[in-house]
Design a protein around this ligand. Sequence first.
Ligand code: HEC
Ligand code: HEC
Ligand code: HEC
Length: 144
Amino acid sequence: MYDAWKILVGLAIFLGLFTFAFWMNAGKAAPVPEPKIDTPEIKKMAVKQCVEDKEYMRTTHMQLVNVWRDQALRDGNREFINQKGEKYVISLQNTCLKCHSNKKEFCDACHNYTAIAPYCWDCHIVPPEEPKEEPREESKGNES
Ligand code: HEC
Ligand code: HEC
Ligand code: HEC
């Protein structure tokens, strides 16, 4: 065959170059964002905990907010009692986003990473973020 090896070498170089960006990034894929919980409301808490424990929230909050919606709207019951027996008012705006007032750095950061966009905010209001008291957190530029 006529110059087959040249074609193969060419092909190998081409593939190497073509996938170069991928190899360069292989070791440092974008890290899963660590959601920021340094909001004024959470800073005030003596024990920093969510409505359920962190692992549960991380994996199951999507179902939980649907349970909340159904319980509030179908059963007219806006009192949520968690697994520890603590009570919370059922409200996306006044409960979840009261503590997590940094929706962009919290909910959105994680959702953007996983490329999902819950449509809840078409109707539900996102409360304005309270200004942070001191801008002394570590660098702002370590995400994205
Ligand atoms: C088409 C508009 C619309 C969309 C989209 C929507 N909701 Fe609602 N939602 C409402 C309305 C209206 C109420 C009733 C408000 C009330 O009675 O306080 C409500 C109430 C709720 C409640 C109980 C009370 C409260 O204020 O939180 C929850 C929880 C809730 N929705 C969750 C969700 C979630 C989660 C999503 C996204 C997956 C979502 N909703 C998307 C309109 C919407
Ligand atoms: C009383 C304040 C408070 C309320 C209300 C609250 N959270 Fe949280 N949330 C926290 C704190 C504090 C943490 C961190 C818990 C930890 O580190 O153990 C957290 C953690 C989480 C996490 C896990 C983040 C991670 O690191 O993986 C998710 C998801 C979450 N919350 C969603 C919600 C949703 C959705 C609601 C409403 C249904 C809600 N939270 C209501 C304070 C709150
Ligand atoms: C630790 C990462 C993380 C944080 C923080 C987080 N979410 Fe999520 N959320 C997810 C993931 C991942 C999914 C998609 C799960 C799936 O597709 O089954 C999701 C799905 C949802 C859904 C369902 C969307 C749909 O279309 O079914 C809602 C509603 C939601 N999140 C609300 C919130 C709210 C409100 C907050 C902030 C208070 C929040 N999430 C914070 C990771 C997160």
